[in-house]
Design a protein around this ligand. Sequence first.
Ligand code: EPU
Length: 421
Amino acid sequence: MDALQITGGNRLRGTVRVGGAKNAALPQMAAALMADGPVALTNMPNLADVRLLAKILGELGVESSVEAGRMTLTVTDASHSIARYDLVRQMRASICVLGPLLAKRGKAVVSMPGGCAIGDRPVDLHLRGLAALGASIHLDSGNIVAEAKRLKGAEIFMGGPFGSTVLGTANVMSAAALADGVTTIEMAACEPEVADLGDLLNAMGARITGHGTPRITIEGVPSLGGAEHPLIADRIEAGTFMVAAAITNGEVTIENCRLDHLMAVVDRLRSIGVNVESENGCVTVSSSRRLAPVDVVTQPFPGFPTDLQAQLMALLCLADGNSIVTEKIYPDRFMHVAELNRMGAHLRKEGPTVIVEGVKQLIGAPVMASDLRASAALVLAGLCARGRTRVSRVYHIDRGYERIEQRLQSLGADIERVNED
Ligand code: EPU
């Protein structure tokens, strides 16, 4: 198994380009199940999660090929409807095939995703939304079995105890695109990745308005065609590089960075004394002084994203005072806390909140990654820690960051991939 070995202390300097968004890519790849022609997605990142979904889609009769970041997906055999447990259990986001499969093939059998390192992660809102469109749904041997000859438009409320659901909105919006009549989704997820999926579906011939707002209206159409669509830039990857610049007191210019997708993050970074400047589509992040502490609460978009909570916490470890980090999306998403403490951080967890007492320096240590964003936080901590840090189980980070060590090396980081076997 690979690990990342980092010797901290180098100030990052230079330019890095952000890739297409993983969380936009996955539901859009699944939408290809509904197309009568090829769907081409450009700006496609080369990530483990993308390759895994391509494999699942392959078993569902969707052929895919990638050339220079352009993925083409074509349905060649529409006779399958089963997404197997062996594959689905490796990535919860595989649930995004449920809506498209059901809408197009009349039946979907998708293994029920289990919990994961960041919490329970139920799918009740997905199922309620699809049932409201007329699907009959039951559970059989750990599989969700959803059936409907033809879905019917409906008014659907997608709110749950932790707000809306990103992939739930994606599933219901996609399925409703092929339903009879009009669907409205109230309290839809407003994340840019949902808006981008709506844009792809419209390019395929769907009639969707309001995507990117809490009220989406979908006028069903009888069929969808092929389309070409560029994926939006990955705001979480961009935010991770922003923290990398700040935590090393460096100066990094980030290309292909959508600041309008990162307002809450920029607000928190500026509050703690990090400079963020935007010019000609590039964002330059720099820092040269001791940071101020801040409070941060994760929220659905446009609030501060849960997917950057761990990375910001790594930065706050070095602030001059106490910060409070509250997780309102996944109250248990704190697997990085104990590992950061192994590096000399002073973090105390109280329910869904962590009190971060700033320290002067982090100290390198062997640490263990437990999920994608926690791994990113540990790498960031390693970049500024005194001495050597080894982040094990780095396959987590490969799920969402392409060639992370090479890109950090190009900015001057002392980081290498080593084999631990
Ligand atoms: N929830 C329910 N019922 C549901 C679905 C969700 O109660 O049926 C709850 C969840 O437990 C959570 C909240 O609603 O408390 C939000 O979950 P959501 O469904 O929005 O998460 P998701 O769609 O499964 C996507 C991203 C995650 C990101 C979350 C929140 C993808 C592939 N994944 O997951 O990304 O954290 O939205 O923004 O889009 C990551 O990239 O590292 C990652 C975990």
